[in-house]
Design a binder for this molecule. Structure first.
Ligand SMILES: [Zn+2]
Length: 875
C-alpha cells in the first residue's frame, strides 16, 4: 500500500515538474514553443530520446503533427514495405509556400528539365532517416526536427528555413528493419537499460534490423530499384528535385559524428561546383557542433564512389547528397571502449543538430543552391557530360534489356525505344534497340551507370598501391564496378550521334514475343530472365515440360541448349491456352512448333530431353549464413524467377528431414559451426540420395574440407606463399640461419605464409563456359560475374567434376573495375562455377555470389540452371 501512495505522490510530483519545466525538454534547443503543436510525449507517452520510438508510434506522431499544422505540412505515403508498413514523407514550409505548393513543384520540374525557372521554385532540402533500421537515433531526430520547425517560436533560423525552403522529412526509410530492431530490443530489456555492449539488447539476433524484409541493404539499392522501399523513394524524390539530400545513419558506438565533405574517392561524375557545396555544408555543420563542443570528423571512411548510395545517387542527379553518421548506442546507453557512456539522447541530439544546420545552410543561400542545381541540369541537357548515345541491343537478353530500360526510366533518365528491324550508328538491330542519350539533365547518372568503366582517381589508386606495398589494408569501401549493361548481360555500345525512338515509360509492360505456328508444342528458348520466370510460373501451375541439354534446329530456327518445351500431348487444351496467356503476362518469348520433327539436334522424344518438374527448394538460414547473401538469393528466386523457397535454420539442419526437398541452397557464410558434424552428415546424406546442394562463396569451404570433401577443391593462399612450409619444421628448436641484406628480404622474412590474397573490393570479370554441361546453358559466350573478397579456389580435377565456368585468361579477365595485379594473375583460369557428382546427387559450387544485391540479372539463368533445372537433370 505504501508503495501505491508513494507512487501516486510521485506521479503528481512528476506532473508538476513537467508544468514548471521550460519547454526545452520538448526540443533540444531552449526557447518558446507553440502549445498547439503536440509533443512526442503528448502523443505517444515518452519524451524525446528517452525511448526508441517504434514505427507505430512514429506514424502516430507524424499524423498528430500534420493534423496540428495542416497549413504548414503535407504528408505523402510513397511506398509500402514487404511486411505491409507504409513509408511517408512530410513536407514542411511556411503557410504561403504550402499554399502554392503545386506551382513550386511545377517550377522545380522545369528547372530539373534544364529549362528556365519562372521564379516559383524554392530549394528543397530532403532529409532521410533510418535507411538501416537498427541505426535508430535518426528516426527520433527526424521527429524532433519536424516538431522544432513547426513549434519553435522566435527561432530566427527555423523561421528562415520555413520561409526560404521546403524541408522534406522522410523519417523511416526501412520500417520493417526498425520494427525488427525495436521488438528485439524490447524483448531483451530488463529493469534498467544495460550499458554493457555484450548485453542482449545491443546484440541483435539474425537477421539484424539493418536490412529490410528480403535482407537488402537499402543503401546499395538506389540504381537497382529491386525493393519497393527504394522504388517508391526514387519516384518521390524525382517529383521534388531536391538541391540537398542528407541520408542520416549510425556507425559503431566508439565513433563520434561524421558529415561532409566525404572521403576520397569521389565518383568522377561529380562536378567541381558540387565539391564546393560540400565544403559549405560541412562548415555550417562544423559551426554548430563546435558551439556545442561536440567532436566530429570529415573526409575519412565514407566515400562518394559507388552510385547506389543515398548520397551519391542523389549527387548524380545534381543534388548535394551527403551521408551523416552518428556513433550508435544501439539501445539507450552504451559503454564505449574509453569508459565513457554514449546515450541514445546524444545520438538523437547530434542528428537533430545536423539536420537543422543543413536545412539552415540552404535557407541562408537559397539562390545559390537553386541556381547551382539549375545550371547543373541545364548544362547536362545541352551536352556538358557528352553528346553520344548508348544503344542497347534488344536481340541480346531481350527481357533483361527491356527491364534495364525501365529501371533507367524510373530514375528519371530519358530512354528511347525502337522496334526492330532497325539500324543505327552503322549497326543493324533486327529486334530493335533502346537508346539512352548522354545529353540529358541526368547525364552524369547515365554515364556512371552505362559507361563500361568508372575510373578511380589516379592519385587515390597510387596511394592504395603504396599501402599494399607496406602490407597495409586498402581503403576501398565498396565495389569498383557496377556497369548495369554488363550486369544485365546485355550488349551496350556508345555511338557518337543522336538516335531516334519513342520515350519508354518505367511501367510499360514488356511485350511478349510470340513466333511460329503449330499446335504440337510450345518452345521456350533459354536466353533471358523472362524465360526462366515464364517456365517457373508454368511449372507452378502444373504444366508438363521437357528441357534439352543439346541445341536443336527446326524450320530454319536455332533453339539453344536449355530450351524448354511444353508438348500439347501432355498438357490439356486449357493448359495450352493458359500458357499463351502467361506468355503475355510475363512478356516472354515462345515459338509454336508444328511437329516433333527437327532438322538437326535431338528430337523431342530424345533422351537429351528430360522431364522438368518444379523443385522443392530449401535455403540455409540464420546462424553462420550471410544475411545479405541469403536475402538476395531468396529474393532472386522468389520475386524474379518466381520459385518459392523454404528457409531452414542452420541449427536445425542436423536433424531436419530433407527428403522432401530437391535442392538445398547454402548462401555465403561460414555455416560449419552452426551445422556441426551432424548437420554436414545430414547434408551429405541428402546429396547421396539424389539431392542438389548449391553452395555459394566462402560456404564452399564447409563442403570442401576434410579427407572426403563433397567438392574436391581447396581455397588458395596468396601468390608466393607456401602455407604448408611453416609447419614442416615446427619441431626443430633452432631456425635456419639466414642473412637479411635488404628491406625487401626483411619483408620476405616476416611475411605471413598463410595470408589470403588481398581482398578484392569487387570487380566485374569475364568467365568462359564448358559448353557440354547443362549448368552453362544460356552462356555459350561466357558471362560477366562479380568477384569480391579473397576466395580463389583450385580447379576441380577431371576425375572429380567439371569446372563449368572458369575465369578468363589474365589478358581478358577484367570486364570492368579495378583488380589488384596479383589477384588478376591468380584468378585467371580458376573456377567460378563447379559441379561434382556425389552418390545419386550433385554438388554445385559458386566461387562468388551470383545474386549479390540482385543486380546481376544477367546471371539469373545460371541460378535457374542450378536450382530449377539441376534436380531434373540429376534424377
Ligand atoms: Zn547506415
Amino acid at each position: 500500500m505504501r508503495n501505491t501512495i508513494w507512487g501516486r505522490g510521485l506521479v503528481v510530483l512528476v506532473a508538476m515538474w513537467a508544468m514548471i519545466q521550460p519547454a526545452a525538454a520538448q526540443s533540444f534547443i531552449d526557447g518558446r514553443f507553440d502549445p498547439a503543436i503536440p509533443t512526442l510525449a503528448d502523443t505517444v507517452g515518452h519524451a524525446p530520446a528517452t525511448r526508441i520510438t517504434s514505427p507505430d508510434q512514429t506514424y502516430a506522431y507524424l499524423n498528430a503533427l500534420v493534423a496540428a499544422a495542416p497549413d504548414r505540412t503535407r504528408m505523402v505515403q510513397y511506398a509500402t514495405s514487404w511486411e505491409g508498413r507504409p513509408l511517408y514523407y512530410v513536407i514542411l514550409s511556411a503557410p504561403e509556400n504550402i499554399a502554392r505548393l503545386d506551382a513550386v513543384q511545377a517550377d522545380l520540374a522545369n528547372i530539373a528539365a534544364g529549362r528556365v525557372s519562372n521564379g516559383a521554385a524554392l530549394p528543397v532540402t530532403w532529409l532521410q532517416y533510418g535507411v538501416h533500421g537498427n541505426e535508430i537515433s535518426s528516426t527520433d531526430a527526424a521527429l524532433m526536427t519536424a516538431y522544432h520547425l513547426l513549434a519553435a517560436q522566435g527561432d530566427a533560423r527555423a523561421e528562415r528555413i520555413m520561409r526560404e525552403t521546403l524541408v522534406v522529412i522522410d523519417p523511416m526509410q526501412n520500417p520493417d528493419g526498425r520494427a525488427r530492431f525495436v521488438n528485439n530490443f524490447l524483448a531483451a530489456s530488463g529493469i534498467a537499460p544495460a550499458a554493457d555492449r555484450q548485453a542482449a539488447e545491443h546484440d541483435e539476433p539474425w537477421p539484424s534490423g539493418r536490412v529490410n524484409h528480403y535482407m537488402f541493404d537499402l543503401n546499395r539499392d538506389w540504381f537497382t530499384l529491386s525493393q519497393p522501399e527504394t522504388r517508391g523513394k526514387v519516384a518521390a524524390i524525382r517529383q521534388w528535385n531536391p538541391v540537398v539530400v542528407v541520408d542520416l545513419h549510425e556507425m559503431g558506438g566508439d565513433e563520434t559524428y561524421f558529415f561532409s565533405p566525404a572521403a576520397q574517392p569521389f565518383n568522377p561524375n561529380l562536378t567541381p561546383a558540387q565539391v564546393r557545396a560540400y565544403e559549405l555544408i560541412g562548415r555550417a555543420n562544423a559551426a554548430v557542433f563546435d558551439a556545442r563542443g561536440e567532436p566530429y570528423f570529415t573526409r575519412e571512411v565514407y566515400d562518394l564512389f559507388y552510385p547506389g548510395y543515398g548520397d551519391t545517387w542523389n549527387a548524380h542527379q545534381g543534388a548535394i547528397g551527403s551521408t551523416y553518421e552518428q556513433g550508435s548506442a544501439r539501445g539507450l546507453v552504451f559503454e564505449r571502449r574509453d569508459g565513457t557512456q554514449l546515450t541514445y539522447e546524444d545520438g538523437v541530439h547530434n542528428h537533430f543538430t545536423a539536420s537543422l544546420a543543413t536545412a539552415g545552410a540552404v535557407a541562408d543561400n537559397p539562390e545559390r543552391f537553386l541556381s547551382d542545381f539549375a545550371q547543373y541540369r541545364a548544362a547536362n541537357a545541352s551536352g556538358a557530360a557528352g553528346r553520344g548515345t548508348y544503344l542497347i541491343d534488344l536481340a541480346e537478353r531481350r527481357w533483361n534489356a527491356e527491364s534495364l530500360g525501365r529501371r533507367l526510366a524510373a530514375q528519371g533518365i530519358t530512354v528511347l525505344r525502337r522496334d526492330g528491324p532497325a539500324s543505327a550508328c552503322g549497326k543493324s538491330y533486327p529486334q530493335g534497340y533502346l537508346a539512352v542519350p548522354q545529353a540529358q539533365p541526368a547525364a552524369r547518372l547515365v554515364r556512371s551507370l552505362l559507361d563500361r568503366d568508372t575510373p578511380l582517381p589516379p592519385d587515390f589508386l597510387e596511394e592504395q598501391e603504396r599501402r599494399r606495398s607496406q602490407d597495409l589494408p586498402h581503403e576501398l569501401y565498396d565495389v569498383t564496378a557496377w556497369s548495369v549493361g554488363l550486369m544485365a548481360g546485355t550488349d551496350v555500345t556508345l555511338c557518337n550521334s543522336a538516335v531516334s525512338g519513342a520515350p519508354l515509360a518505367p511501367d510499360a509492360p514488356i511485350a511478349p514475343m510470340i513466333e511460329g505456328t503449330g499446335a504440337f508444342a510450345i518452345a521456350v528458348p533459354w536466353n533471358d530472365s523472362g524465360q526462366a520466370r515464364f517456365v517457373t510460373l508454368a511449372l507452378r501451375e502444373g504444366m508438363d515440360a521437357r528441357v534439352t541439354d543439346k541445341a536443336f534446329a527446326k524450320a530454319g530456327r536455332e533453339f539453344p541448349r536449355g530450351t524448354v518445351v511444353f508438348p500439347a500431348g501432355s498438357n490439356t487444351p486449357e493448359q495450352m491456352a493458359r500458357l499463351a496467356a502467361l506468355v503475355r503476362e510475363v512478356g516472354a518469348h515462345t515459338v509454336a512448333l508444328d511437329s516433333g520433327w527437327v532438322d538437326s539436334g535431338p528430337n523431342l522424344g530424345s533422351e537429351s530431353f528430360v522431364r522438368l518438374t518444379l523443385p522443392k527448394v530449401a535455403i540455409a538460414w540464420d546462424d553462420g549464413i550471410s544475411q545479405l547473401s541469403a536475402g538476395a538469393a531468396r529474393y532472386v528466386l522468389e520475386r524474379r524467377i518466381g520459385l518459392p523457397v523454404t528457409p531452414i535454420r542452420t541449427q536445425r539442419l542436423a536433424r531436419a528431414d530433407l527428403s522432401d526437398y530437391d535442392v538445398l541452397l547454402v548462401p555465403e557464410g561460414d555455416p560449419s559451426a552452426a551445422l556441426g558434424d551432424a548437420g554436414e552428415r545430414n547434408i551429405r546424406d541428402f546429396v547421396r540420395k539424389g539431392g542438389v546442394l548449391v553452395a555459394i562463396g566462402d560456404s564452399l569451404e564447409t563442403f570442401s574440407d576434410g579427407d572426403t570433401p563433397m567438392l574436391a577443391v581447396k581455397r588458395e593462399a596468396a601468390l608466393g606463399r607456401e602455407p604448408g612450409s611453416e609447419d614442416g619444421d615446427k619441431d626443430a628448436s633452432l631456425a635456419e640461419a639466414v642473412e637479411i641484406a635488404s628491406d625487401a628480404e626483411y619483408r620476405e622474412a616476416i611475411k605471413d605464409e598463410r595470408a589470403l590474397p588481398d581482398t578484392l573490393p569487387g570487380a566485374l570479370l569475364n568467365v568462359v563456359s564448358e559448353r557440354d554441361h547443362f549448368l552453362s546453358a544460356g552462356y555459350d559466350g561466357g558471362a560477366v560475374v562479380l568477384a569480391t573478397g579473397t576466395q580463389i579456389f583450385t580447379p576441380l580435377d577431371r576425375a572429380d567434376g567439371v569446372n563449368v565456368l572458369r575465369f578468363a585468361e589474365p589478358g581478358n579477365l577484367i570486364a570492368s573495375g579495378y583488380v589488384w595485379d596479383e589477384n588478376r594473375r591468380q584468378l585467371a583460369y580458376k573456377p567460378y562455377l563447379m559441379a561434382q557428382r556425389q552418390g545419386r546427387g550433385l554438388v554445385i559450387g559458386f566461387a562468388h555470389d551470383p545474386s549479390t544485391r540482385a543486380y546481376l540479372d544477367g546471371l539469373d539463368l545460371l541460378i535457374a540452371n542450378a536450382v530449377l533445372v539441376a534436380p531434373s537433370r540429376v534424377r
